[in-house]
Design a protein around this ligand. Structure first.
Ligand SMILES: [Zn+2]
Length: 564
């Protein structure tokens, strides 16, 4: 179990300093801030009469900024009495520390490229999750090829081997799940379309580096190729490829359990969610890869069309684990949003009327009120709407403007939440669920789309506030990204990190974060505290400290925005 929290000494820049997590302290983004961006730290003080603070240069201790704390207030999410130290007008690049009432903060870096290495680190996290090839991230984080060809499980409607490999291990386990691959890969490809300046030149040092694809697209292709292999000849897509149960905490090459292609157990065997998500992602891929590899883009588009037709013909095939299978389910009972996303993406890619008609019909059927909610693997309705509104194609201008308005309204609510939260994040108390850090990430996704529609700086700053929260401006003073910041967490529920014999975990991975509801033996034993405090740096606490590709993806999206 790792120590988390904050030590307030100018020299305490080592990892995982010993600390108290509820005493006085200064909490801020441990990576740093952009020169022109808002800069706020959260301060907890024993003596609330202390109001003045200073910012000093690390190099020569000169005071470069004098400020007054904002009013102290009770923060419901953490149970803390907090004040904000706002030093936004300090814009000169450099390294600084805040001083107040005998406390000194962690060093604060201000630089235009302050998030460049974080973007690279978190995107390389996907390379670290690769299945079916040798992986070498450097510094000993490596493994030989794992998980060879699959076998059709009895639930798939077929039998015998399926020669396939590839994809990303989903999370702390070695399963591969099309639905979760869908939202993750879709989010990453959207970042490519929206933030090309941050991603085109990104160097990831992966096996494909130097080839015809930019590294970012090459890494994503590794997962797309696996997804394509999960499509049956009739266009339907099997839900997942995993062993029947989770393996022990061993390295992936040592996992000898059969890798099964798992279906729904009865005809049509493939699921609507997996098939529609594949259609969506392949339609986006057809746009992204066309300029570099026309043949691959055509393959993606053909797969998308075929999957869409299958999903429209089979609109309600839910997935539940068949008998004898206990790996992740990603089962979804609301299956109208997935085909809507596929229809909107295919229309955006091809301009063909049948796809637009299907999207608009689905929208009309969902009622008068168009609601934009935070996206997640089980709810892609917002992505369906956004891609329609983002499309360069003319479309229905009234629908497009309704989507933009609903997005602006949802963003305004999040901005208000950020103002009310003692640590600046955009979450409500009910958002501290399993994987809450991805709720923060996906709320930033929403805010950044709103900013794209209408460049209101409050939306962009609220999006960045979640980044600040994830990497240090939280009540525990922890960075929830492995090997990033002054006090990154140390013990993810992640098999390679546990089994590789290296003390530090694999780099660039986002913890699930605080979870007020428990869900594993360690979490369930924690004393009840305000929701932001319901987290522990313990490898066994999978409901609080697992990592997952769909949690890293919105973080990469956010970092791409921050770098553009
Ligand atoms: Zn593998």
């Amino acid at each position: 179990m790792g120590a988390v929290g904050v030590a307030f000494h100018p020299l305490a820049v080592g990892r995982c300093s010993q600390v108290e997590t509820s005493g006085a302290g200064i909490f801020l983004n441990q990576v740093g801030y952009l020169p022109a961006g808002a800069k706020q730290a959260t301060v907890r003080l024993a003596d609330a009469s202390q109001r003045g603070f200073v910012v000093r240069s690390v190099a020569n201790h000169t005071v470069v900024f004098n400020g007054e704390l904002g009013p102290a207030s009770a923060d419901a999410a953490s149970g803390d009495q907090t004040s904000v130290a706002d030093f936004s007008s300090l814009r000169a690049p450099g390294r600084y520390q805040i001083g107040i009432a005998g406390l000194t903060s962690d060093p604060i870096k201000i630089a235009p490229d302050v998030y460049a290495s974080a973007l690279r680190l978190t995107m390389r996290g996907f390379y670290g999750q690769r299945c079916g090839c040798a992986v070498d991230l450097g510094d000993g984080y490596a493994h030989p090829a794992c998980h060879g060809d699959g076998d059709f499980h009895a639930s798939s409607g077929k039998s015998g081997p399926l020669p396939n490999h590839g994809g990303w291990h989903d999370a702390g386990d070695y399963g591969r799940y099309v639905v979760n691959s869908g939202i993750s890969t879709g989010t990453l490809l959207w970042a490519w379309e929206l933030y090309p300046s941050a991603l085109r030149g990104l160097s990831l040092a992966i096996p494909e580096s130097g080839g015809k694809l930019p590294d970012y697209l090459a890494e994503i292709r590794w997962n797309l190729e696996w997804m394509l292999q999960m499509q049956d000849t009739d266009g339907g897509v099997w839900h997942k490829q995993t062993s029947e149960r989770f393996c022990a905490f061993i390295m992936p090459q040592d996992d000898r359990l059969t890798s099964y292609v798992i279906g729904t157990g009865s005809a049509p065997y493939k699921s609507t969610g997996a098939t529609a998500d594949l259609a969506s992602v392949m339609a986006v891929a057809a746009r992204c890869y066309g300029a570099y590899d026309a043949a691959f883009a055509q393959r993606c588009l053909a797969a998308a069309r075929q999957a869409w037709s299958w999903a429209i013909a089979n609109p309600d095939v839910q997935f539940e684990n068949p008998s004898g299978v206990s790996t992740g389910g990603y089962g979804d009972r609301q299956l109208s949003d997935e085909p809507a996303w596929a229809s909107a993406e295919l229309w955006r890619t091809t301009g063909e009327a049948q796809y637009e008609k299907a999207f608009l019909a689905g929208l009309a059927a969902s009622g008068e009120t168009l609601t934009i909610s935070t996206p997640g693997w089980g709810d892609v309705n917002s992505m369906a709407c956004w891609t329609y509104a983002l499309s360069e194609r003319k479309g229905n201008s009234a629908v497009k403007s309704r989507i933009r308005e609903a997005t602006a309204a949802a963003a305004a609510t999040l901005v208000e939440h950020s103002r009310q939260n003692g640590y600046g994040n955009t979450m409500e108390l009910r958002d501290y669920v399993w994987g809450s850090n991805s709720v923060a990430g996906n709320q930033s996704f929403l805010l950044l789309i709103a900013y794209h529609f209408h460049p209101d700086n409050a939306a962009r700053e609220a999006a960045l506030n979640n980044l600040h929260y994830l990497v240090g401006r939280n009540c525990l003073g922890v960075s929830w990204v492995t090997q990033l910041g002054v006090r990154p967490f140390e013990h993810p529920h992640h098999r390679p990190s546990a089994a590789d014999g290296i003390a530090e975990p694999w780099p660039g991975l986002l913890s699930g974060g605080p979870n007020a509801h428990g869900g594993d033996a360690i979490a369930d034993k924690l004393p009840k505290q305000p929701p932001m405090r319901m987290w522990i740096d313990d490898q066994r606490a999978y409901s609080m400290n697992e990592i997952a590709i769909n949690w890293n993806a919105p973080l990469v999206f956010l970092l791409a925005a921050a770098n553009s």
